[in-house]
Design a protein around this ligand. Structure first.
Ligand code: FES
Ligand code: FES
Length: 168
């Protein structure tokens, strides 16, 4: 392994690391920088526990090397600004053991920045790679809908329909 001096931008802060450019970002952020919110699950891109954003796009930190994020903005759960989404997570009591939840939130935040009001298919497509051993999928979906305002919109539509039925 050859060490190099690498500049990294994480959560808006600049870091310089002496590390192998092929080191997965997950090792660097957890072991070298102490940002342990991002979790190690499978180490093979299969579970989503390690999801971060690279230039706003979701990425698996276990499969992304330090050299791949040179000159790019990395965001981890510690730097995620999505307050509305986090509140929706709390309101819906989403986490159980919590292990997968940082990755779930990172994927959900990336989804909402691309589609502020995602439909069911878009939610499923964005979240399918994030596994939850505790089976919190229904609550994750409810929280995403709450954060996007679609659940409120659904309630409104249902109310309007009931009113129309009463008036008819
Ligand atoms: S630890 Fe990266 S996808 Fe599972
Ligand atoms: S909350 Fe336990 S694995 Fe998802």
């Amino acid at each position: 392994m050859s060490q190099s001096k690498l500049g990294l931008k994480i959560n808006g802060k600049d870091y310089t690391l002496d590390a192998d450019p092929n080191m997965p970002v997950l090792w660097a952020i957890r072991d070298l920088l102490g940002l342990t919110g991002t979790k190690y699950g499978c180490g093979a891109g299969l579970c989503g526990a390690c999801t971060i954003h690279v230039d706003g796009e979701p990425a698996r930190a276990c499969l992304t090397s330090l050299k791949q994020v040179q000159g790019k903005q990395v965001t981890t759960i510690e730097g995620l600004a999505a307050d509305g989404l986090k509140q929706a997570w709390r309101d819906n009591n989403v986490p159980q053991c919590g292990y997968c939840q940082a990755g779930q939130l990172m994927s959900a935040a990336a989804l909402l920045s691309q589609y502020p009001q995602p439909n069911d298919a878009q939610i499923e497509e964005a979240m399918v790679g994030n596994l939850c051993r505790c089976g919190t999928y229904t609550r994750i979906k409810a929280a995403i809908k709450q954060a996007s305002g679609t659940s409120a919109q659904l309630d409104l539509n249902e109310r309007e329909q009931s009113l129309r039925e009463i008036e008819a």
